[in-house]
Design a protein. Structure first.
Length: 141
C-alpha cells in the first residue's frame, strides 16, 4: 500500500501501486525487476479480461475534461464525478463521452468526493478523517 500525500504532506489516500508506478524505474518498492514485470502482466490480464473495463489495445487517447491534458493510457483516466457527470471508461469509449479526468485532476475529484460524503454522512467521514490525521489508518469503529 502507498500513502498518497499532497504538497503539505497531508495524507490524501491509500492505494496500491499502479501499472504506471511499477513501470517507472525510479519508483521505490521492494520488488525485483522480474517481480515487477510479473505484477504488471498479472494486473493487465485482470484489466483486459474484465467485461466492465476497456481493453488497453482498444483505448483511444483522449483529453482530460478538467485540464485538457492528453491521457495516453487507459490507466491514467478516472471518473470525474461529482465535478462532472458519472462516466465509466467503457461507457466513455462506446459513446464518445469526453468526461474523464487525468490522475493529476483526480486529486481534486477525491477532495470533492470527501466534501460530498462529509455533507451526506458527517459522523462516519469525520471519524475516518480523524483517524487519518492521527495516522491511525484503518477501519473507523
Amino acid at each position: 500500500m502507498l500513502k498518497k500525500e499532497n504538497k503539505d504532506n497531508k495524507v490524501i489516500s491509500l492505494q496500491m501501486p499502479s501499472i504506471a508506478d511499477l513501470k517507472n524505474p525510479n519508483f521505490k518498492i521492494n520488488m525485483s525487476r522480474a517481480e515487477r514485470r510479473r505484477q504488471i502482466k498479472f494486473e493487465r490480464k485482470i484489466y483486459n479480461k474484465c467485461p466492465s473495463m476497456i481493453n488497453e489495445k482498444k483505448y483511444v487517447p483522449m483529453n482530460c475534461v478538467m485540464c485538457d491534458v492528453k491521457m495516453k493510457s487507459i490507466h491514467d483516466t478516472h471518473n470525474p464525478y461529482p465535478i462532472t457527470e458519472l462516466c465509466y471508461s467503457l461507457e466513455a469509449h462506446k459513446t464518445d463521452n469526453p468526461n474523464r479526468c487525468c490522475t493529476e485532476c483526480n486529486e481534486i475529484v477525491t477532495d470533492a468526493r470527501m466534501k460530498l460524503s462529509m455533507k451526506n454522512n458527517p459522523q462516519i467521514v469525520g471519524n475516518a478523517l480523524f483517524m487519518i490525521k492521527e495516522n491511525k489508518i484503518g477501519v473507523a469503529a
